[in-house]
Design a protein around this ligand. Structure first.
Ligand SMILES: Cc1cc2nc3c(=O)[nH]c(=O)nc-3n(C[C@H](O)[C@H](O)[C@H](O)COP(=O)(O)OP(=O)(O)OC[C@H]3O[C@@H](n4cnc5c(N)ncnc54)[C@H](O)[C@@H]3O)c2cc1C
Length: 289
């Protein structure tokens, strides 16, 4: 199918893009177009105008600011995946991006576009939540930071206002010495996750877990932190029983109903298994689930 008629506008600066958003009610930002253009072709989206932000050079920057990775709105997934400074600050970015679609799509699709699209099974919204990151929105009255917890409201729904553009996303660097892991199950390599889990674990010299952050996607209407699992892991030495219990607790976070890809019970099974795997891997204990 072909998309409905739309106006095509090219913004040369963030200010111009934001101005155009206010001037054209029903306009949408065009980043990589890997989700928006198919949606228009299927007539699931019918924007009055597309505001192309790909020529705004400021938005193509990846900066390390105070140890955090700031990703501009026009940065392609693939550029972030291959950026060594970003990898050094937060290796989870590369680990997760490997699972996002295929290389040709990552060559064009943007990481901020993925956050704005906010598919509940998408990897990068989960990584933003896992790492305690935020997006920076620019609107007619200036910029504001929106923490990941407040940004992702529901499947394909964020707290961005209609007259705001997201200019960047900031993924905090991992704490020195923290262990990390990312694991995903999808029907085929490059598909959206049926379930994926990420973990950041810190361990004292005595082997006791001092902090644990665990998040998942594909199992609910938005990416979620597995708070009960995190709390259960802290102050343990990660015995087999501790890890088994973490997997059982993780099952409670599955709220996705049965769908064409998996039943709720199967997602619970996956989430338990993936959680045990990432916790072991992040803590440096490799063992079969
Ligand atoms: C075959 C296929 C497989 C895929 N598999 C996966 C996968 O496994 N995991 C995954 O996460 N993704 C997957 N994707 C999606 C891919 O990651 C897209 O790149 C991403 O979802 C959207 O990025 P984009 O730059 O293409 O955004 P676009 O398609 O240009 O925009 C997406 C939406 O975000 C809005 N938007 C974009 N940028 C901004 C901004 N700066 N401010 C405000 N709103 C903005 C747009 O208006 C639109 O509503 C897949 C895509 C395809 C075609």
């Amino acid at each position: 199918m072909k998309p409905p008629l739309f106006d095509y506008l090219v913004a040369r600066s963030s200010e111009e893009a934001v101005k155009l958003l206010s001037e054209y009610p029903g306009a949408m930002i065009l980043a990589g177009g890997q989700s928006l253009i198919p949606a228009m072709n299927f007539r699931l989206a019918a924007p009055a105008a597309l505001i192309d932000i790909n020529r705004i050079s400021d938005l193509r920057r990846i900066d390390i600011v105070d140890g955090n990775v700031r990703v501009g709105a026009a940065v392609r997934h693939r550029d972030l995946e291959q950026n060594d400074a970003a990898f050094a600050a937060n290796p989870l970015l590369r680990a997760a991006l490997y699972h996002v679609a295929h290389v040709p799509i990552r060559n064009r699709g943007t990481t901020v576009g993925s956050l704005c699209h906010a598919d509940a099974a998408a990897e990068m919204p989960m990584v933003l939540l896992l790492t305690g990151g935020w997006v920076t929105a620019e609107g007619p009255s200036g910029q504001r930071d929106i923490p990941a917890e407040e940004f992702f409201e529901f499947h394909m729904t964020t707290s961005r206002e209609a007259d705001e553009m997201i200019v960047s996303a900031t993924f905090p660097g991992l704490p020195t010495g923290a262990g990390h892991a990312f694991a995903e199950f999808a029907r085929r390599k490059g598909d959206y996750a049926i379930a994926a889990v990420g973990a950041i674990v810190e361990r004292g010299a005595d082997g006791v877990i001092s902090s644990a952050r665990i998040a998942a996607c594909g199992i609910s209407s938005r990416p979620v932190r597995l708070s009960e699992v995190e709390a259960a892991l802290v102050d343990t030495k990660l015995s087999d029983d501790d890890i088994h219990r973490a997997g059982e607790l993780a099952k409670q976070s599955v709220t996705a109903p049965d769908d064409a890809h998996a039943t709720t019970a199967y997602r619970q099974h996956l989430l338990a298994s993936l959680t045990r795997r990432v916790v072991r891997q992040a803590a440096g204990i490799m063992k079969e689930s």
